[in-house]
Design a protein. Sequence first.
Length: 119
Amino acid sequence: MPTIPESLDSLLTLDGAMVAAVVDSGSGMILGDAGRGIDIEVAAAGNTEVVRAKLSTMKALGLDDAIDDILITLSSQYHVIRPLAAHPETFLYLVLDSKKANLALARIKAKEVGLNLSL
C-alpha cells in the first residue's frame, strides 16, 4: 500500500494539481502535504470545519450515510475533500487550478488514492 508521501505525489501528477494533503478532521492536523500555492495549515484547519459542519448537518437530518467527497469551486481553483474509506475521520485535500485541471479525473484519482492509502 502506498505511503502518504507516495499518495500525495501521485495526486500532484494530475494536470493543474497545486497542493495535496492528508488531514485529521478530529484535530485539523496535517498528516502529510505536498505541493505549493496556498497556506496549507490555514486550508487544513478551515476545511476541517467544513467536514465537521457537513457531518453535523447529516446527523441532524438523520441521514445514515457517508461523505464521498466535497467539492468547492472557486473562480480559479477546485478544492476536493475526500474522506478516506478505511479512516473516515481523515481526509484527502486536493487543490487544483481550474483552468488546467480535469475535475472528473481528479475526483477519480482522489477516490483511488483514498482507497489505497496506508496510514
